[in-house]
Write a protein that binds this ligand. Structure first.
Ligand code: NAP
Length: 256
């Protein structure tokens, strides 16, 4: 995830590589990042923090307490800390730093890897408007950004966090349908993938309600309404809704 954000930032031109310092425990990984992105590298988190305006924590949740203790040693009041550790609440991050620390919690998703991510941000009390704007700019370099209350972060996890897996299944199933009807696998997969991609783009660019767009491609007695009828018989809407609900509840369970 850190590399995806890094690549997005550099591609967007929002930040120069000479203004980024990447840390990791693996020297091989750091050498790779330096070669590919020409960023500063180092293994010392405390040292990197002293130098930074924004500190992004992109380690696994179980590693976070250790990294927070290192960050805390170099942290100044004016700096912004952004954590992308899934399920770790603001209170825990602030608790590991200081009560005056400015902290934003972010929930990005894997399409950030191709700069098409969906990220939700939630802010701690001491975060300024400028700092929030900075965080929005960072994640906008890798896709779309929304700001929500922290209580909604589990729902974000259930929708956009787990969502890519639902869509993978949808693409695979559509392709299987094509294969069942005689299309070669590679052609079926190309058509299924491009259909999902193009349709999502159309919804996003037009800003129109998906129901309206659906009605426009559904002619009376035609092929599309025949297919839609089968989806409705299978309870497709309820299934997607309960999938989001189940993933949200699981996220709540894991966080409690
Ligand atoms: N992947 C997703 O879709 C996604 C979505 C939303 C949120 N997140 C969150 O993003 C965070 C990172 O996920 P990821 O999938 O990118 O994990 P990851 O591939 O394991 O990346 C974490 C990186 O941090 C390095 N690291 C470990 N200890 C460190 C330390 N003390 N100081 C500096 N770097 C250290 C790791 O090195 P080693 O590999 O050598 O240990 C690894 O390169 C997680 O908290 C996850 O919950 C991920």
């Amino acid at each position: 995830m850190a590399e995806a954000l890094l690549a997005g930032l550099l591609q967007s031109g929002a930040v120069k590589s000479s203004n980024i310092w990447a840390t990791d425990v693996s020297q091989d990984r750091l050498n790779f990042l330096k070669k590919k992105y020409q960023v500063y590298i180092g293994t010392d988190n405390t040292e990197a923090v002293k130098w930074a305006t924004v500190i992004i924590l992109a380690v696994k949740p179980q590693v976070l307490p250790h990294v927070l203790s290192q960050v805390k040693k170099g942290l100044k009041r004016t700096q912004l800390v952004i954590s992308i550790a899934a399920g770790v609440p603001l209170s825990k991050i602030i608790g590991g730093l200081s009560s005056s620390a400015s902290v934003i919690r972010a929930m990005p998703n894997t399409p950030c890897l191709v700069q098409q991510g969906a990220t939700a941000l939630t802010t701690g009390k001491t975060v300024t408007q400028d700092q929030l704007q900075m965080a929005e700019a960072i994640f906008e370099a890798s896709g779309k950004v929304v700001v929500v209350e922290e209580t909604l972060m589990d729902a974000v996890t259930g929708l956009s966090g787990s969502g890519p897996a639902y869509v993978y299944v949808m693409i695979e199933a559509l392709a299987d349908g094509g294969v069942r009807m005689g299309l070669p696998r590679h052609i079926a997969q190309t058509l299924a993938t491009q259909t999902v991609l193009g349709t999502a783009n159309l919804v996003s660019v037009s800003g129109e309600h998906p129901g309206l767009l659906k009605d426009r491609v559904t002619s009376p007695g035609g092929t599309t309404i025949a297919g839609l009828h089968e989806l409705e018989k299978g309870g497709v809407r309820a299934i997607f809704m309960t999938a989001v609900e189940a993933a949200t509840k699981r996220s709540q369970e894991l966080g409690s």
